[in-house]
Structure formats: structure tokens, C-alpha cells
Design a protein around this ligand. Structure first.
Ligand code: UGA
Length: 443
């Protein structure tokens, strides 16, 4: 079994297709966005993701086959991964339209194909019950039967943007949800072949558990972040307190662990905000309360404002003030600005009447598509962004920003107020040289 297909070439689909092509599989990749397919065929990656270009070069025009012909993909693939987006509706609930369409197209095509058992793998994040109650009936409507004519598996993805390649090649664990045992076994064998001696633990379970594991996973991680941000806000009011020390201290407890305890301006991205809202909305329909998640979301919704508060305490009125935003992407090593904290901060500063200068190593183009305001200046580099500024806010933890010295801020800025929204600087190096504020830090 050497040919597999990916329907949907977002971060998950594209990275997986390129990485598995690199591992020796022929990977077909389909997307409804024809422009994206064209770019890929021309050897251009449609997104920035760390290291993806290095792998793309090796599989381009060889084992990775972008196509706008879904039939070609389905006919040629033994495993068909559904990696389409599952965006939010207005009310926060999940929009499963693309999963539905993919299942319909697969069903339509599979009914024509005889004696070729293919396994469909739902990798997209779907609300519990989707595979059993939506995907399966849609496919079987075409007169084909699970276990006889096709296989179906839920296989959630845990890769992080910015580390997508590394995470795809080195997963912590693999979750396989199945109804027909042989389907689970087929996917397990595939992963064993991919990862060989580095195969991580595999948990095989049913559809609904596999679906809920993904949500519970993201909800737990988001809760960890909101927890430490809550403690950061407490630190802010205590003379001498520093949330970085607290995170270090509690992170040493093996039961807690040190990951995802980085206080900052809150989580963003295409996953946590959307998945938590979707889970909450789903539970509400079942009349189940999830108060811990409500609190996690509430803390996160307010967290970005801490940077504005700090600026206001120091500058009083922000009207007409020049404020530099360092970092636009929702995290480092990606150009993705979906649900990025930078958007909330810039909107708030616009409301306050500030003059805004922004800079990001990779996300400028995406940000320009969102904002076309005369009060926003798109800087060429860090220096250009800091020049004549009265307040610099670190919004994304890019390596490039970590290297900026206090002397550089001092030299370029008109008023040397630095707000470290991602805790990338050592307060001791900064606090005596300029006006230094940081999340969870009280000097
Ligand atoms: C997240 C999960 O980490 C992945 O396991 C999952 O596969 C993915 O969602 C998904 O559901 O597709 P991702 O959103 O790419 O991945 O990025 P994270 O590294 O989790 O960061 C999310 C947000 O939390 C970022 O805005 C980041 O700045 C913030 N964060 C993260 C913190 O504020 N503090 C931390 O300690 C960690």
C-alpha cells in the first residue's frame, strides 16, 4: 500500500502529505482552492511553516501529487485522509459542511469501484458523534457498506503550527478510533511502517472516544494557559512577584509538567478558540455545563487587554501616541494570523486613536489583507518599527525579537516603554535601563 490521498490541504493535510511523501509514499493532495493547487504544481508553498520548504523540495514533482481531480485521488489511494477545515459558525458551533462534502464525494466515487477496499480516515477535528451519525450514513447512502466495501477510522491530529513538520515526523501518540477492527489494524500497520522503531504509543478506541480525545486535549491545554495567565494577573498585583518563577516552580511537579505554562497575552490560532467554543456549544445542546471551559475562555478573552492597560497606566491617553507592535502571527514560526492576539490589540489601539506601527517577520502580507487603515504603518524591519515609537508591545515570541537589546529600544524609541507580552526578556536585563512592563511581573 504505497498510495494515499489527502482531501484538504491546510496545515494538517499539506504537512502530512509532504512528510508522508518524504517517507516513501505517493501522496495525492486535493483542495477545492484551485489557486492553491496551481501554486503547489508550480512548486510554490501556499503557507509559511518552518522547515516545510526543505521537505517540499525533495518530494515536489516526485512522490507528492497535487491535483484538482478528486476522482483521480480517490481511485489511486488506499488510504483517504479527510483533512478539511471545520470552521465555526456565528454561534460558535462547528460547521461540518466540508466534511459532509468530502464524504459525499468519496461515497459517490467508491460506489463505482469494486473489490478495492479503501479506508477513509477522518483527521479533521469533528465534534463527538460526527463519524457515526453523519459521515458513515452519508457514505453508506451510496449503497456501499462499512467493513465490506470500505473502511472508516477517526484519527485526530495533534500537530502544532510552527512545529508541524517536527510533530508529524515525531508524534507523541497516535489515536485510532474504529468500528471495524480490520480498519483500525490497517491504519496501525500504516503508521508502523512510517515510524518504524520510533513508533509512539497507539491508542485504539471507538469513534466517539477518538473524537472527544481531540477536544479534551485542546481544552486541557487551553485551560493550562488560562490558568497560568490567571496566576500572572495575580502576580501583577504582588510586589516582587514573577509568574515565570511560579511556572518554573509548579512545572517541576511531574504531575503538572512544565509545558504550556507560558503566561502571555492569551492563546490564539485556528484551533483552541474554535475548538473550545465548539465543545461548549455542543455540550450546551446536550444540557451539560462545562464551567471550567467557560472560565478558560473568559480569561483568554480578557488577557490581550493587559497590554493596553499597561500602556495606558504609563502613557495615560493613547490618542495620537505612536505604538509599535512586534509580532502579528498567533505564534512564532508561522504566518498564520487567524484569531491572533495582534488583531484584538490593533483594533483596540485604533479605537483609542493611536498611531500604530507593526512588524512581523512572516505575517505582514496576511495582516495587510485584514487591515487597510491609514493609522497603521507596516514597517520594513524591527528598527523601522521602533523608530520614534512611544511604546513597544511584544505580541509574538519570534526569535528575532528575543535578540533585541535594551540599548536598541533606547536608541530608537522616543519614549522607552517596552511591554513584554510574551515574556521573552529577562526583567533584570531590562528593568533599570528603560520602562519595562511584562505580563505577570511586578518589579
Ligand atoms: C494546538 C495544539 O497544541 C495541537 O496539539 C493541535 O493539534 C492543534 O492546536 C490543532 O487542534 O490543530 P496550535 O494552535 O498550532 O496547536 O499551537 P499551540 O502551540 O498549541 O499554541 C496555541 C496558542 O497558545 C498560541 O497562541 C500560543 O502563543 C499560546 N500558548 C501556548 C501560550 O500562550 N502559552 C503556552 O504556554 C503555550
Amino acid at each position: 500500500m504505497k498510495s494515499i490521498g489527502f482531501i484538504g490541504l491546510g496545515y494538517v493535510g499539506l504537512t502530512s502529505a509532504i512528510c508522508f511523501s518524504f517517507k516513501g509514499y505517493t501522496c495525492y493532495g486535493y483542495d477545492i482552492d484551485k489557486e492553491k493547487i496551481k501554486k503547489l504544481k508550480d512548486g510554490i508553498l501556499p503557507i509559511y511553516e518552518k522547515d516545510l520548504d526543505k521537505y517540499f523540495i525533495q518530494v515536489y514533482d516526485k512522490s507528492f501529487i497535487p491535483t484538482d481531480n478528486l476522482k483521480e485521488l480517490i481511485e489511486n489511494s488506499k488510504l483517504i485522509f479527510i483533512t478539511v477545515g471545520t470552521p465555526s459558525r456565528e454561534d460558535g458551533s462547528i460547521n461540518l459542511q466540508y466534511v459532509e462534502e468530502a464524504c459525499k464525494n468519496i461515497g459517490e466515487c467508491l460506489k463505482e469501484i469494486k473489490n478495492d477496499y479503501k479506508v477513509i480516515i477522518i483527521k479533521s477535528t469533528v465534534i463527538p458523534g460526527t463519524t457515526e451519525n453523519l459521515a458513515l450514513p452519508i457514505i453508506e447512502k451510496f449503497g456501499i457498506k462499512l467493513g465490506k466495501d470500505f473502511g472508516l477510522v477517526v484519527n485526530p491530529e495533534f500537530l502544532r503550527e510552527g512545529n508541524a513538520v517536527y510533530d508529524t515526523l515525531n508524534p507523541d501518540r497516535i489515536i485510532i478510533g474504529y468500528k471495524e477492527e480490520k480498519d483500525g489494524n490497517i491504519l496501525e500497520e500504516f503508521y508502523k511502517e512510517i515510524y518504524k522503531e520510533n513508533i509512539p504509543p497507539i491508542l485504539k478506541t471507538n469513534f466517539v472516544n477518538a473524537e472527544l480525545i481531540k477536544y479534551a486535549n485542546n481544552a486541557f491545554l487551553a485551560t493550562k494557559i488560562s490558568f497560568i495567565n490567571m496566576i500572572a494577573n495575580l502576580c501583577q498585583t504582588l510586589k516582587g512577584a514573577d509568574v515565570e518563577e511560579i511556572a518554573k516552580g509548579i512545572g517541576l511537579d511531574k504531575r503538572i509538567g512544565k509545558e504550556f505554562l507560558k503566561a502571555g497575552l492569551g492563546y490564539g490560532g485556528s484551533c483552541f478558540p474554535k475548538d473550545l467554543e465548539a465543545l461548549l456549544s455542543f455540550a450546551k445542546k446536550l444540557n451539560v455545563e462545562l464551567p471550567l471551559l467557560e472560565a478558560t475562555i473568559k480569561i483568554n478573552n480578557n488577557q490581550y487587554y493587559k497590554a493596553i492597560e499597561m500602556a495606558k497606566i504609563e502613557l495615560k491617553n493613547l490618542k495620537g501616541r505612536t505604538i509599535s507592535i512586534l509580532g502579528l502571527s498567533f505564534k512564532a514560526n508561522t504566518d498564520d494570523i487567524r484569531n491572533a492576539v495582534s488583531i484584538k490589540i490593533v483594533n483596540e489601539l485604533l479605537k483609542e486613536g493611536a498611531n500604530i506601527k507593526v512588524y512581523d517577520p512572516k505575517a505582514m502580507e496576511n495582516f495587510k489583507k485584514l487591515f487597510n487603515d491609514k493609522n497603521i504603518y507596516f514597517a520594513k524591519n524591527v528598527e523601522d518599527c521602533l523608530e520614534s515609537s512611544e511604546c513597544a508591545i511584544i505580541v509574538t515570541e519570534w526569535e528575532e525579537f528575543k535578540r533585541i537589546k535594551p540599548e536598541t529600544f533606547l536608541k530608537l524609541m522616543k519614549y522607552p516603554l517596552v511591554i513584554d507580552g510574551r515574556r521573552i526578556y529577562q526583567p533584570n536585563e531590562f528593568k533599570d535601563k528603560l520602562i519595562f512592563k511584562a505580563i505577570g511581573y511586578n518589579n
